[in-house]
Every structure is written in structure tokens, then in C-alpha cells.
Design a protein around this ligand. Structure first.
Ligand code: PEP
Ligand code: MG
Length: 565
């Protein structure tokens, strides 16, 4: 490191690195001093009405632009913003504040404060709705104060955007052709800004904290989304490393290990707009389509035809590949406002995944299965459907019975449909122990290491305080993975992995050695994992796995892995 080189730690969002020049972005929300003699309430109400109309015009324009450049699903967030602009409770609160003597911009600020605070107090993804509300508030205040701000859509080439926080509409304006990356002081991996960054494959680090504002405008920085670091004044070596990372070769064809064992390397997606980029990164197919994203940012569940279209689109993008769609997996940290999920003391041990699909969301499950069975007949690629958070054989049998009932109903109606491959996610210790019985009833198992590690280690996946425990490299989790692979193969089921572990290029050889047939990950890491599959030798990898499985501690596992790399 050079003398002035400094690394600030945060959370890496997209495992890519970019180097560029800092442009600070601060939405201008400076509020006027309320005049001593009060305001003309009618006039301020009219200004507020005009600002709302202007905000809606802007939002519609941005919506259309994002729909074209990123995708319809991403664009839907702007519909949610229009709803906030139209919200009658907020309108009433602004009018009250104006009647109390505040100018319109100050009244808007005050009216949004309670709502923002309420969302901030919630868990997981709901907390991130607070960002949407701030976004709408700042837009209205800017329109009311003629505020100026950096035009994110036309930044100079090679800019790295730094900001306290970026809202969804801010992030959607960034042009990956011109912007080298961004870093924010606040935010987590699942914020909208982070999700957009991943879809755009934009290097990004969030949650850098209080040190970020010390980085000056115009500084040279490296955004390392892999290490989760913002490096100020990077050395030449670091720049070269960043440049080399971007050169990962995209392999459009399936890969085999050096000794010829084919391993499918697929992508995890959540929205239709992520499908095409996944194919561009050389994914063989989709190994996990998280359909809950199709349900977010809407006011009601997507109907059968909307879902059918999304699934067919994915199948058509991989005419020679497989698309694994997971049925709706809500509960835990995934809440969908209009679905009225119960307040549970420990939602991760409550009504999640297949438990809800069997009851109380049986109607949604039926609609989704109809859309899927129809898509299996209509799309080009091969469809596979899997069920999340299965813990018992009874749950699987009930889900399979539902598939049969839906197929029979479509038959009766004369609607074209086909039977997809069927599988189970292995995410609970119980599923590991009955994996033989599960495998006997399905075509495949897919290991969800994010949840499996959480439940095997009793360490919540979103709790930083137990992050070291929530690691699939603990021998307990590795042995659960091995047991699942063996049980699957004995039952003639193929076994894949779609948790974050599958996308870590440092453990590709270990996973090959554990016997996995398929690995599915964020599209950005597909080229790196394919490269590591191609150089792996199955005998060497099997030895690596045996050593890891025999280890008593995670430290031993890590030591052994670094010895071999
Ligand atoms: C997992 O649990 O590993 C998984 C892939 O599912 P999700 O992260 O969506 O819970
Ligand atoms: Mg899971």
C-alpha cells in the first residue's frame, strides 16, 4: 500500500471491482426557514399539489426508462413511489402541517417522518421501504425548493459515486457503461440499491459507515465488491488486480472438470430482467428462480398469465438448458405487504416456504403451479420446479399431490401443459436426515446453504454477531452437504446447490469433491466458477473433500483449503 492508500470496510454487493474518480452525490433537501408571520395555507397547498403532479410526471418518465434499460419488474418500484406520492394519509399530514404555519417543503418533511420511522423499525426487507419513502420525500422537497443535484444519468466516464445512501431511483439511473461503481455509508445486501447493482453487475460496497464522508471529491478509489472494501488512492498493483478481475472469460458452453466430469453451472435470478444477463455471463441455465421477487413491489399477487409469461421468458432464454423455478418462499425475513403474514415471535422457525403454500396460501400455490405446468409445455428449455423449506416427507407428498391435482384440472380444461422435473430444497436439518426418503420421491435435491447453515448452526443468517457461526465451512454443515449428496445419488436424484456457497470460486474444487452435480449462483460469478470447474480434477477434489470432512473445526477446514489453493 502507498502512504495515502487507505481501505474502508463495508459490505460487498456485487463481486466485481472498479476503479474511478469520486463524485459525491447528495440529494439537495435543504429546507427553508419558516417565515415569521406564517404562510398562506392555500398557496402552500397549491404548491404541494403542483409538486405532486410534477413528481408523478418524473416518476412515469423514469419508470419507462428503467423498464426499457433494466426490466419491467425493476421498473415496478416506481409504481410504488407513485402510490406514496398519492397517499391520502401523507396528503392529510402535509395539509395539517401547512395549516400549522409550515411552508410546503417543511410540511412534506414532517409528514413523511412518522412513516419513515415506522418502516425503519421493521425487520429485513420492510425496513428498506424506508429508503423508498425518503426517495419520494426528497423528490418532492427538491421540486418545491428548485433544488439542484448531480445528474446521475450523465456522469463523466469512470465516475465512482459516493453517497450517504442511494435510493432505488438513484441507482437505476447509473449507467454501467460510464460508472465504475458506487459506495454508500448506509445500506445492506438486500436493499433495492444493492439488488439493482447486482442486476447491472456494477461494482458496489454498502454500509461503509462514518468514514465515507472523509473521502474527498475527485479522489481516486477502487470499489472492491468482492472484498467489501473501498480503497482510496489504490496502488498500481491493486488497480491491475481490479482490471484483471473483469477479464474473466465467459464460457457459453457447459464445462467439465479437467478429467471430464460435467458440472452444470447455473444462475440464481429473481426477476425477468436478470434472465438475459445470466445467459450473457455464460450460465448453463437457471438453478434458482426466486419467485417471491415477482410478488414484491405490487399491490396484489401476479396472476397465472403474468407468471406464465415470466417462466416462459426464462425457458426461452435457455433453449438447451434447464430452468429451476422455486415455488413462492415467503415468511422469515421475506414479507409481502399485501399478504398479511402473521406476527410471529420467531418467524424463521415459523410459517415459511412450503408450510405457507400448503396452507394458508393454497390458492396462490395452485395459481403458481398452473402457470408452471403450462410454461413447461410452452417454453423452449426444460422446466424444473422445487419446493422451499421442506422438513418432512408429508409436506413433500402434499406438494406433489397438488401438482397432480393441477395437472388433472388442466387436462379436464384441455389446457396444454407438461410435467416438469420436480425437486426439493434441502435447507433444514430434518431434510438432510430424511434426504433418502425425499430423493426417492423426486428428480433432484438442491441444497440451500444460506438456510441450511442457519439451521444447522443455530445462527441467524442476518445477524452480524454470529456471522462466523453462519458459515457453511463448519464441519457440521459440510457433513450435512455430503450426506445429502450421497442420499440423493442413492435415490437416483441429481443434487445441486443454490445457496451463496455455490458462487464462491474459492470452494469450487471442494464442492466438486463433495459430489455436487450442479452449482447455481449470482450471474456475476458464473465465469469464475466455470473457470475453476474446468481446472479441477475429480480425484484431487475428492481428496480435498475427504480432508475437509475429517476436520474437527472450521479453522482446520480453512487451513486445508488455503494449503491446496
Ligand atoms: C438458501 O437458503 O440457501 C437459498 C438459496 O434460499 P434463500 O436464500 O432464498 O432463502
Ligand atoms: Mg432458503
Amino acid at each position: 500500500m502507498s502512504d495515502d492508500c487507505q481501505a474502508l470496510a463495508g459490505t460487498g454487493v456485487t463481486p466485481r471491482a472498479g476503479v474511478g474518480t469520486v463524485v459525491w452525490y447528495a440529494p439537495d433537501t435543504e429546507l427553508p426557514e419558516p417565515p415569521e408571520g406564517g404562510v398562506d395555507a392555500d398557496e402552500e397547498r397549491q404548491r404541494f399539489a403542483d409538486a405532486r403532479a410534477a413528481a408523478k410526471t418524473e416518476l412515469e418518465r423514469e419508470r419507462d426508462r428503467v423498464a426499457e434499460s433494466v426490466g419491467e419488474e425493476e421498473a415496478a418500484v416506481f409504481d410504488a413511489h407513485v402510490q406514496f406520492v398519492d397517499d391520502s394519509q401523507i396528503e392529510a399530514a402535509v395539509h395539517d402541517a401547512v395549516d400549522d404555519g409550515l411552508p410546503a417543503p417543511n410540511a412534506v418533511h414532517e409528514a413523511f417522518a412518522d412513516h419513515i420511522e415506522r418502516f425503519e423499525g421493521m425487520d429485513g426487507r420492510m425496513a428498506e421501504r424506508a429508503d423508498d419513502l425518503r426517495d419520494v420525500r426528497d423528490r418532492l422537497v427538491r421540486l418545491l425548493t428548485d433544488g439542484e443535484r448531480v445528474d446521475l444519468a450523465s456522469l463523466p466516464e469512470g465516475s465512482v459515486v459516493l453517497a450517504e445512501r442511494l435510493t432505488p431511483s438513484d441507482t437505476a439511473q447509473l449507467d454501467p457503461e460510464r460508472v465504475a461503481g458506487f459506495a454508500t455509508a448506509t445500506g445492506g445486501r438486500t436493499s433495492h440499491a444493492a439488488i439493482f447493482a447486482r442486476s447491472l453487475a456494477l461494482p458496489a460496497v454498502v454500509g461503509v459507515g462514518d468514514a465515507l464522508p472523509d473521502v474527498p471529491e475527485g479522489a481516486d478509489v477502487l470499489v472492491d465488491g468482492d472484498e467489501g472494501e473501498l480503497v482510496v488512492s489504490p496502488t498500481d498493483e491493486e488497480r491491475e488486480r481490479a482490471a484483471a478481475e473483469d477479464l474473466a472469460e465467459v464460457r457459453p458452453d457447459p464445462v467439465s472438470t479437467a478429467d471430464g466430469r460435467e458440472i452444470e453451472v447455473a444462475a440464481n435470478v429473481g426477476r425477468p430482467a436478470e434472465v438475459e444477463p445470466a445467459a450473457d455471463r455464460g450460465a448453463d441455465g437457471i438453478g434458482l428462480y426466486r419467485t417471491e421477487f415477482l410478488f414484491l413491489d405490487r399491490e396484489s399477487p401476479p396472476g397465472e398469465d403474468v407468471q406464465h409469461e415470466a417462466y416462459v421468458e426464462a425457458l426461452d432464454a435457455f433453449p438447451d438448458g434447464r430452468v429451476v423455478v422455486r415455488t413462492l418462499d415467503i415468511g422469515g425475513d421475506k414479507r409481502i405487504p399485501y399478504l398479511d403474514l402473521p406476527e410471529e415471535e420467531n418467524p424463521f422457525l415459523g410459517e415459511r416456504g412450503i408450510r405457507r403454500s400448503l396452507d394458508p396460501d393454497a390458492d396462490l400455490f395452485e395459481t403458481q403451479l398452473r402457470a408452471l405446468l403450462r410454461a413447461a409445455a410452452d417454453g423452449d428449455g426444460d422446466l424444473a420446479v422445487m419446493f422451499p423449506l421442506v422438513a418432512t416427507v408429508e409436506e413433500l407428498e402434499a406438494a406433489l399431490a397438488n401438482v397432480n391435482e393441477v395437472a388433472a384440472a388442466l387436462d379436464d380444461e384441455g389446457v396444454a401443459h407438461a410435467r416438469p422435473e420436480l425437486g426439493v430444497m434441502i435447507e433444514t436439518p430434518s431434510a438432510v436426515f430424511v434426504a433418502d426418503a425425499l430423493a426417492a420421491r423426486v428428480d433432484f435435491l438442491s441444497i440451500g446453504t444460506n438456510d441450511l447453515a442457519q439451521y444447522v448452526m443455530a445462527a441467524a443468517r442476518e445477524n452480524d454477531r454470529v456471522a462466523d457461526l453462519h458459515d457453511p465451512l463448519h464441519p457440521g454443515v459440510l457433513r450435512a452437504i455430503r450426506r445429502t449428496v450421497e442420499a440423493g445419488h442413492e435415490g437416483d436424484a441429481w443434487v445441486g446447490m443454490c445457496g451463496e456457497m455455490a458462487g464462491d470460486p474459492d470452494v469450487t474444487a471442494l464442492l466438486v469433491g463433495l459430489g455436487l452435480d450442479e452449482l447455481s449462483m449470482s450471474a456475476v460469478t458464473v465465469p469464475d466458477v466455470k473457470a475453476n470447474v474446468a481446472t479441477a480434477d475429480t480425484d484431487v477434489a475428492a481428496g480435498l473433500a475427504e480432508t475437509a470432512l475429517a476436520a474437527d473445526t472450521r479453522t482446520d477446514v480453512l487451513d486445508n483449503l488455503s494449503d491446496r489453493s
